[in-house]
Design a protein around this ligand. Structure first.
Ligand code: GLC
Length: 520
């Protein structure tokens, strides 16, 4: 383990800042709330916290519309709170990763206010202005071009009209944004998760995107065209490499990219000779059907697509996708935990995943997410996976003493931190055991993944190095399964009664059971 970097050895925990812990009763999570929960995170065993954007923002897209890249929004606290959080996290051995949003700013950012003031303003070319729109759609519905009456041109916004895209062909924009990276790195931040990394630069000629022949009529508007000219342009790799070179001027920092692309394109974000992102987020498990065969294919295709020397990573959930326990069912959530914690590389856990939180249905008149407000009824809303962390079974779940900004939902017995602390067996305790097992068995982090196979609902694979060999068995179905193993000992099972049992030959897994066997 010693030879690995912290971001290779450890686990990243995503905190959606508004929903983790409120400390001042305004119903919105904040930095001091995170501070209060650091010891919980240490006990969980994670190594780094990635916090969703905390910069001053009109909150049109809840912080992904940044008004000032180098300050803290009062709803989250002050710069002093931030510095204290970093110091306290570091004191406990935790690293801090910030969300960097380079593709677009808020329309209230001073740069954009200047840019839209007149066609000859020095900042005009900091954003994307055109006389005519093309057919590029916004990811949040409708056209991505907004008419500006004052200067009689259109500006481009990949997301809301309140989120104008910056012009990354302009060297002054690059310099300003790289200065932002340095500002936070100098303050001791350990890395960045770069928002929509694959969208940052657009076709120079603004060519129309071709029609996507496979799209359904009911699909969100951005699926009806193939996004070949407004995303994943070849020039993006130069920008990623520039960001990386800034990180490399500091010791031990990590560059993570948000990238939703097919695996062959995703892995190009490691860059030429691995000079790109350390971790292009691998979202394949968010999209894979929950069957043994689909998971086998997903894992194998990722393994074989990885460039030589590239460090893998895996994710089961985030603030833009339906929660895992809702997608695959509460029964299967522990199986997913064993899967995740025995896959190679760096893992990211979304807050609440460790207690099996599910999506919370949000009544139509309480919807907050602009993506849903703009396109109601087609299932694009992200509020359900962003509801407050369930710390206990009190009315506001221990999240706030005020009125939570999003409902905490119906309380399901046992689905909160305090109850799970008390239970003999709980998701929280399973996660802790899995994380600690991974910490003490480096082969689970950097060993090879071999012999992946399926048999009906069974998925199995081995993790191995010269010294050790571990077998993971996962029952993805709802009936018992029999399989065979070489002689060994069950290191961990979702069925506590089986822990420590010697096995040789036939083993039976009950429905939704998963285990890790140390082979002799
Ligand atoms: C990313 C974020 C998402 C946000 C969007 C626009 O996809 O994860 O939450 O809405 O970018 O910044």
């Amino acid at each position: 383990m010693q030879e690995m970097n912290w971001w290779q050895r450890g686990i990243v925990y995503e905190v959606y800042a508004r929903s983790f812990q409120d400390s001042n009763g305004d119903g919105v999570g904040d930095l001091n709330g995170i501070l209060d929960r650091l010891d919980y995170l240490v006990r969980l065993g994670i190594s780094a916290i990635w916090i969703s954007p905390i910069y001053p923002s009109p909150m049109a897209d809840f912080g992904y519309d940044v008004e000032d890249y180098c300050a803290i929004d009062p709803v989250f606290g002050t710069m002093a709170d931030f510095d204290r959080l970093v110091a306290e996290a570091h004191r406990r051995g935790l690293r801090m990763i910030l969300d960097f949003v380079p593709n677009h700013s808020s329309d209230r950012h001073p740069w954009f206010l200047e840019s839209r003031a007149s066609v000859d303003n020095p900042k005009r070319d900091w954003y994307l202005w055109r006389d005519q729109p093309n057919n590029w759609p916004s990811n949040f519905g409708g056209s991505a071009w907004e008419w500006d009456e004052t200067t009689r041109q259109y500006y481009y916004h990949s997301f809301l009209k309140e989120q104008p895209d910056l012009n990354w062909r302009n060297p002054a924009v690059r310099k300003a944004m790289y200065d932002v990276l340095r500002f936070w790195l100098d303050r001791g931040v350990d890395g960045f998760r770069v928002d929509v990394m694959w969208m940052i630069i657009k076709d120079e000629l603004f060519r129309d995107n071709p029609i996507n022949a496979e799209s359904r009529d009911a699909a969100p508007s951005n699926h009806r065209l193939l996004p070949i000219y407004n995303t994943n342009r070849p020039e993006v790799h130069e920008i990623v490499a520039e960001m990386r070179s800034i990180m490399d001027q500091y010791s031990n920092r990590v560059l993570i990219g948000e990238i939703y692309l097919p695996v062959e394109q995703l892995v190009t974000y490691y860059g030429q000779n691995l000079t790109g992102a350390h971790l292009p987020f691998n979202f394949l498990l968010l999209q894979a059907p929950w069957t043994a065969e689909a998971l086998r294919q997903t894992i194998s295709s990722y393994q074989s697509a990885l460039p030589m020397g590239a460090w893998p990573n895996w994710v089961l959930g985030n603030h833009d996708n339906s929660r895992l326990a809702t997608r695959i069912g509460v029964r299967q959530a522990p199986v997913a935990a064993v899967l995740l914690l025995t896959l190679p590389g760096t893992l990211t856990i979304y807050y609440g995943e460790e207690i099996g939180m599910t999506d919370v249905p949000i009544p139509p008149d309480e919807v907050q997410d602009p993506a849903e407000k703009n396109q109601p009824g087609i299932g694009v809303g992200r509020d359900p996976e962003r509801t407050p962390m369930l710390w206990n079974d009190s009315e506001s779940a221990g999240f706030t003493v005020g009125k939570p900004w999003l409902t905490v939902g119906v309380h399901y017995a046992g689905r909160d931190v305090a109850s799970q602390e008390r239970a003999d067996y709980s998701m929280l305790k399973l996660y802790r055991r899995l994380i600690s097992l991974r910490g003490s068995h480096p082969v689970l982090v950097n060993g090879s993944l071999n012999r992946i196979a399926t048999d009906g609902d069974l998925l199995r694979y081995e993790r191995a190095n010269e010294a050790a060999r571990y077998l993971t068995l996962l029952n993805l179905g709802s009936t018992p399964i029999q399989t065979f193993t070489e002689p060994g000992r069950i290191l961990l099972s979702t069925d506590l009664a089986q822990d420590g049992r010697e096995v040789n030959g036939r083993v039976e897994l009950s429905d939704a059971q998963a285990c890790i066997i140390e082979l002799y």
